[in-house]
Design a protein around this ligand. Sequence first.
Ligand SMILES: C[S@@+](CC[C@H](N)C(=O)[O-])C[C@H]1O[C@@H](n2cnc3c(N)ncnc32)[C@H](O)[C@@H]1O
Length: 307
Amino acid sequence: MPEDNFWDITNKPQTKTKLKILNNYLFAWAKILASQKWCNQMYYIDCFAGRGKYNNEGIADSVLGSPLIAMEIAKIIKKKYNKDIRCIFIEEDKKIFLELQKFVSPYIEDGLHPELIYGNVNKKIEDVIKAVSGRDPVFFFIDPDGIKIDRGMLEKAMNIPNVAKEFLVTYICKGVERCYALGKKCDEDLPISIQKKAIGNLRRIQKFFGDDWKYLTKEEKGNLKIYLNIVADHNDKMDGKYKLGAKIIDICYNSGRNKYYLIFLSRNANAKGIIEDIYIKIKIDGTLFSSFSKRQQKEMFQGKFDI
Ligand SMILES: C[S@@+](CC[C@H](N)C(=O)[O-])C[C@H]1O[C@@H](n2cnc3c(N)ncnc32)[C@H](O)[C@@H]1O
């Protein structure tokens, strides 16, 4: 269970950035789809839902977390387009789950129908997949606090047949700072081995993560490999138009010593363009890293690219 102060984001610009990117992207995604005749409804699956609200600057429950961001967007889409975003929230901590239930209940009174699942997403994923199979687009938000994601879970989510699927996955190298001293002692360590070395694109990931990889714990390296290899394996099995492209968004902070990435997966090139635009706007509007020098800010935003 996350510590109690986990839900206070006063000093967590990276969480605020994540929420802003999620909000802006999800809204764009939903509006585009809702305006298409063929699209009857959409699914938003929040695999690590959390409690629904954050405390900020001494004000309790003042910032919406990912599930409530989705509910707000669902409310607008219902009103404007009369189409449903069917939201599914999975949370395994009982106390947090009950808080989420409380925060979600006003939306149910407003006529929305979110589904809340209490339990471990790695076990509940089958239920989720049964609920979404069909032709409706699905957006997965996968936001674990630590290393809590099974390879099987991600694979199953990616293998949902025949629907337009997109994924936003957070990846946090919390260990970078913690393991710095240890890492220095094992400079000879080999780079992350990526199964599909033949895929030139993936080799660039090693380049992207640069020196960071060697300061990660064994567990963190394993976790990173899981994410990257799953995409490679998935794409190996898929025909061209079904392959998922990835965009890695670097929202690092703390003068670049810690690392925090969003990994966006979609087979739609336009979608990657949209998230890129959102990211650039957030950069420009100055809400991010305003305490850093221009040079530092520029450095921080260099680490984004397509694979
Ligand atoms: C980073 S927080 C989620 C924050 C939320 N996505 C947001 O942006 O507002 C991760 C949440 O996942 C829950 N969790 C951890 N492991 C889980 C699992 N295996 N299945 C479902 N929920 C899990 C934790 O209790 C915690 O509330």
